[in-house]
Design a binder for this molecule. Structure first.
Ligand code: CA
Length: 248
């Protein structure tokens, strides 16, 4: 969970640090590209660099996961079919570790799209090959805007009548304070960080509770019900068969 909220700090950090083989950028941060087809990787690197991003490329799944852990990129572009470790497995492991760095998956197969969009994986977006590099850059920019939220998102988050002050750990609804437990607060904070993004129960467990994704998902349902009851506002929506999302 902390990863989501340290996003801006990481953007700055990624811009400052020099990594092996990486061109870094003060302005936009480092994007990790994991793609074994070198011509595609080179093209993506070229377009992202031109747009002001730093780019680090890995051609193998295991090296890609290691780079994600080591470099803390602002976003990852990950091919699904990779030697070493599948792209889907990279995303699953990142999410299980509480790493919510935005990920765009690259897929060569249309029949994989259902699986990706099912959000079981925790990917943020996908692009089907062959794709336009320009389109991919546009997606990365859009993803980072969504992930960042408003400029002060790490201090105060608002959605509809709900206002959450992270520093004070205070929540109000239409200006009236609402008392939430630590877990309830963190759950709400996680949902508010990315309004409209649907989180699966497993994702919420991993991010808010730090449980392994196989832990009882009923815990999430119970806490969501409590937060809903306390807020008294229809803010957290159930997405049947998937999980929960916060929207106003
Ligand atoms: Ca591939």
């Amino acid at each position: 969970m902390a990863y989501v909220f340290s996003y801006i700090a990481r953007t700055l950090e990624a811009g400052r640090k020099r990594h092996d083989g990486a061109v870094t950028s003060e302005a936009k941060g480092l994007v990790l590209v994991v793609e074994d087809e070198r011509p595609i990787a080179d093209l993506v690197r070229l377009y992202l660099s031109r747009d002001g991003f730093g780019v680090h490329v890995e051609h193998d799944g295991l090296a890609g996961l290691a780079a994600a852990r080591r470099m803390r990129p602002v976003a990852c572009i990950v091919d699904i079919a990779l030697p070493g470790l599948e792209g889907t497995e990279i995303v699953k492991r990142m999410r299980a570790e509480g790493d919510w760095t935005p990920v765009i998956l690259l897929t060569a197969r249309d029949d994989e799209v259902d699986r990706i969009l099912g959000l079981e994986l925790g990917a943020d977006d996908y692009v089907t090959k062959p794709f336009s590099p320009r389109e991919l850059v546009t997606r990365v920019r859009a993803l980072l805007r969504r992930a960042a939220g408003p400029p002060d998102h790490d201090k105060v988050q608002t959605l509809g009548p709900v206002r959450l002050d992270q520093a004070r750990r205070e929540v109000t609804v239409d200006g009236v304070p609402v008392a939430l437990t630590t877990t309830e607060f963190d759950l709400l904070r996680h949902l508010l960080a990315r309004p409209g993004r649907v989180f699966t129960r497993d994702e919420l467990l991993a991010a808010v509770w730090g449980y392994a994704p196989a832990a009882g998902t009923r815990t999430v349902d119970v806490h969501v019900a409590q937060v809903r009851a306390k807020l008294g506002a229809p803010l957290i929506r159930t997405v049947r068969g998937v999980g929960y999302t916060a929207d106003a």
